[in-house]
Design a protein around this ligand. Structure first.
Ligand code: GYE
Length: 346
């Protein structure tokens, strides 16, 4: 289903993605891209699997308003690449001015992006990357350095263990992975695997968490039954971490940093929702690698540049922090860059 989204100044305050979709739905504003002068953008979004994703959708919707001269056609793919391909084909038929794609996974885009290119419609990729044979199939990409996020989180863990004199062979990790084949999963997993090898930690198992709370809980419960020595759960996003915490606590165990005294440390990524920040403050999540979802204004800048014939940078990486409620580690170094840990006060 297509939603053509707009904000109605003075009538409705849009506070969540659900509200936004409701507003669009109830107003039944389909087929309105005939309006003169609006820049029509077809946005194929992955889904609504996480707080990060909802914030990302909201950032796009709040940026591309009719008041500012845009007609945003938002299409939620519900995690399915086939839905994204169908959405892109419909955008091409409707002759939109731009296609913005947040791809669910990296592979499988050559055919449909060639169709967009043949139709002369510029494609902007956000968040995860696409793996295509011809880099000219998209104009540019904006998002995060996911491998760096993973390396930073692992460097925090290495520093923490060193400081507390926890030997590498005492560190027993399980990895609850994000959507398989998504750049964020690939990068965060690689960051961990490289650190495991370099530091001599034990990686007991990698499990599918699909970036959701339900899968995070399910996978963690299963792993806790299988291994009695898990003391670090590396969750590839916060929603998985919420599920992991539920699983740990319902197994009668405690989450926390004191891993040589039976606690289980949870590490995660995003730091978008109030709940995640609250958990970091109270120590339920030990460390969060920030992932910034606010791509709306960045995409707008790219579109404004393209409108004026200015070529945007092919790849635009976003700067990100790393958070902890624990002040044991105050800074880390990765690739000769020093990152100050943002210590969240109680
Ligand atoms: O971390 C996760 C979401 O690709 C960066 O996808 C994105 C990830 C984000 O579902 O919460």
């Amino acid at each position: 289903m297509f939603l053509s989204v707009f904000s109605m100044a003075g009538c409705t305050s849009v506070s969540s993605v659900e509200d936004i979709e409701e507003v669009a739905d109830t107003q039944n504003v389909m087929e309105d891209d005939t309006d003169e002068g609006l820049i029509v953008i077809g946005f194929s979004q992955v889904g609504a699997e996480s707080d990060w994703r909802k914030a990302n959708t909201e950032s796009m919707v709040k940026t591309f308003t009719r008041e500012k001269g845009y007609d945003l056609i938002l299409e939620d793919a519900q995690q399915k690449q086939q839905n994204q391909i169908t959405a892109i084909r419909t955008f091409i038929q409707r002759e939109v001015d731009y296609i913005v794609l947040a791809p669910v996974t990296e592979d499988g885009w050559d055919t449909v992006l060639t169709e967009a290119k043949d139709a002369g419609i510029p494609v902007i990729i956000v968040d995860r990357m696409v793996n295509v044979s011809d880099p000219e199939l998209f104009k540019c990409w904006v998002g995060s350095d996911f491998e760096l996020e993973g390396r930073k989180a692992c460097e925090w863990l290495r520093n923490y263990c060193e400081n507390k004199e926890i030997a590498p062979e005492e560190v027993n990790i399980v990895d609850i992975q994000g959507t398989a084949g998504a750049s964020s999963q690939i990068g965060r997993t690689k960051g961990l695997k490289d650190a495991v090898r370099a530091n001599g930690w034990n990686l007991l198992e990698e499990a599918a968490g699909e970036y959701t709370q339900a899968k995070g809980r399910e996978a963690t419960s299963r792993l806790l039954r299988k291994y009695d020595n898990i003391n670090v759960v590396y969750c590839e996003n916060d929603n998985e971490a919420f599920g992991a915490i539920e699983a740990i606590e319902s197994a009668g165990r405690k989450v926390g940093n004191n891993i040589t005294a039976g606690q289980i440390m949870v590490i995660s990524f995003d730091g978008v929702s109030d709940q995640a920040i609250e958990y970091a403050k109270n120590g339920k999540i030990s460390c969060i690698g920030e992932c910034n979802p606010l791509h709306g204004p960045r995409v707008e800048k790219i579109i404004q540049n393209l409108q004026q014939g200015v070529t945007p940078d092919k790849y635009e990486y976003v700067d990100e922090d790393i958070f902890s409620g624990d002040s044991t580690v105050t800074s880390i170094e990765v690739d000769d860059s020093v990152y100050t840990i943002k210590i969240l006060g109680k």
